[in-house]
Design a protein around this ligand. Structure first.
Ligand code: ZN
Length: 261
């Protein structure tokens, strides 16, 4: 029952992510005008807008002009649903679950935008970073939010740690980017990657964030070999690796402790 609730929450968030993915790169307002068909401009009715269900009922075509609706919409909705379920299986349904899932949902949106445009919007990227920096607060539910500062010292320690981890990773990626730029005279790590590295640092902490970077690099090698002429967007690999390491954190911690026992 709880997982079903998590899935539907994810579908709704995923539906909103689609709006962000389509509108933010074009510089459009995300709230206005209401959803409409990009081909025939007819406004969508609420029953055209039900996540996943509408796309299947309409068989992937606009109800008015029959022009095809991108498969990306149901795919993003489904993936966001699965993100919310996977995090819920780890944490249960609580404040941490919602915020952590939101961070992964934003990383998914950034991945899709990076695949389409080879660039990602700072607004979404910084939102993910800020949520990751503040995530430790949500381990105390909403207590801090309603002004219950009984655990003030614990909040403070947790926050300092996530800021420290974010700063170390951001700085490391910045220096790495400068070195690579010096070596191959090309921008290999952009500003966006630096922000995402900081988000990963805050979210995973050490040593898990290092494992995630390692996995992302391994995953990115294959497409990089095949696409010699194109740039390979790195954001999707960072996002996927972050999710893998977050979900299976106890396993990775166990392996790490075996290596250095
Ligand atoms: Zn249409």
């Amino acid at each position: 029952m709880g997982l079903l609730f998590a899935f539907f929450t994810g579908l709704v968030i995923g539906s909103f992510l689609n709006v962000l993915i389509v509108r933010i790169p074009k510089g459009e307002n995300v709230a206005f005008p209401p959803s409409h068909c990009p081909k025939c401009d007819n406004p969508l009715r609420w029953w055209h807008n039900i996540p996943l269900v509408s796309w299947i009922m309409l068989r992937g075509k606009c109800a008015y002009c029959q022009s095809p609706i991108s498969k990306l919409y149901p795919i993003v909705e489904l993936f966001t649903g699965l993100i919310f379920v996977s995090v819920a299986m780890k944490t249960g349904l609580n404040a941490h679950w919602f915020v952590a899932s939101l961070i992964f949902a934003l990383l998914l949106a950034l991945s899709v935008i990076d695949l389409k445009y080879y660039a990602v919007p700072d607004s979404l990227n910084f939102t993910a970073l800020i949520l990751a920096l503040l995530l430790p607060l949500f381990d105390f539910g909403w207590d801090w939010f309603v002004g219950d500062l009984e655990n003030f010292d614990t909040y403070r320690h947790a926050l300092i740690l996530s800021f420290k981890n974010a700063a170390i990773m951001g700085l490391a990626f910045f220096i790495l980017g400068q070195l690579v730029k010096f070596a191959i005279k090309k921008d290999a790590l952009g500003e966006a990657d630096i922000i995402i590295a900081a988000t990963m640092g805050a979210l995973l902490g050490f040593p898990l964030v290092l494992i995630a970077i390692y996995i992302a690099a391994l995953l990115a090698i294959v497409p990089a070999l095949f696409a010699r002429k194109h740039m390979v967007p790195f954001v999707p690999f960072l996002a996927l690796a972050t999710w893998i390491v977050y979900i299976f954190a106890p396993t990775f911690r166990h392996w790490w402790s075996m290596l250095y026992a």
